[in-house]
Design a protein around this ligand. Sequence first.
Ligand code: AMP
Length: 415
Amino acid sequence: MSFTSFNLHSALLQALSDKGYQQPTPVQRQAIPLILQQQDVMARAQTGTGKTAAFALPILDRLLNSPVQSTELRALVLTPTRELAQQVQQSFVAYARHSSVKSAIAYGGVSLNPQIEALKAGADILVATPGRLLDLMEKGVVQLDKLAFLVLDEADRMLDMGFINDINRIMRKVPAQRQTLLFSATFDNNLLALSNKLLNDPKRIEIDAQNTAASQVEQIIYNVDADRKRELISYLIGSKNWQQVLIFTRTKIAADALAKEMCKDGVKTQSIHGDKSQGAREKALADFKSGKVRALTATDVAARGLDISELKYVINYELPYIAEDYIHRIGRTGRAGSSGTAISLLSVGEEWLLEEIETLLNTRLPQQWLAGYEPDASKTTKGKRPDSKAALKNRMKKQLGLKNGSAKSKQRKRR
Ligand code: AMP
């Protein structure tokens, strides 16, 4: 199947050919015809599946086929993070490059003025994070009353990040008569409640997470002592001559500390996380993409939406507390059909995190040792999981509405 079968505007086909896209991805195949038929759509598809083009192309097609004279906003895309907003807007710019459709961007952490100027110059499409959009609406710079399209991208993440009140406030200003598209990596009850409220008789699309992330990404789990994880990472990067490695930590402190220590090991590393200024994050990312730094340490939120083409290696210094984040993390590699490797380092006390990921993926991820980094047997048998971690696990499970103790009891049985 090729993109021509959607009957898209020639300006879009030209842009797709510039990008070198040969054929639509599964989510594009399913979503584009529905959106062109003016259906509301809710799609379970994560970053890495080609979901941005799945909504951007039909929206652009409809805007191109119904041009208006005014400079009013006709499409709004809400995203949870600045990085995703940038990436989505860059996609709109790329796909619209042979047309006169204009897009603008709005996210927090940077000065308002350039964003205000861009909006005043006129934009058909706005890609925004909720907080900054509200600021701009309060200043009277953005009016949403002529919107024909509303997209909620990574809607699950927006709810996780506590944007529900912001979203509700924005919704009060959006016309009832509109087409609404919701993309999310997961659908839980909160998300279904949101979609019931915002979408009108939506068509549902499910793109299997395992078909996208797991099938193209080789997943390796190394058992290693916690205090040797950094050493192992520096060894892998150095001995295998890996040039671009994204490393996930659970906390900002760990991201900074790991980057610092890896620099001492001789591996040029920078960190990105929410406490860094937008400028520092952008610089770190640019240095990483250009090869000036070899490794980037990142927290989940900071890395959400990062699109680094040809990224081959992702390392989980620590597994995430939320199993779904594992899929997002490893989805940074193996994008759009290319292959990638995701390595997770597992030390004593972290097994329950792996069990939850295995449950989510419905697959076993075999564990192995790397020669020279075998875990210390005495620590393996004597090591006790600190209470705080068990407490944290229960709290996280409660927040996620899961029953307590399943992974723990399984783990006890295995010992
Ligand atoms: P997304 O899931 O939207 O973040 O897209 C993931 C990556 O796939 C981006 O780098 C896109 O440029 C790329 N991509 C999207 N659609 C296609 C396609 N049909 N063929 C090849 N690459 C694509």
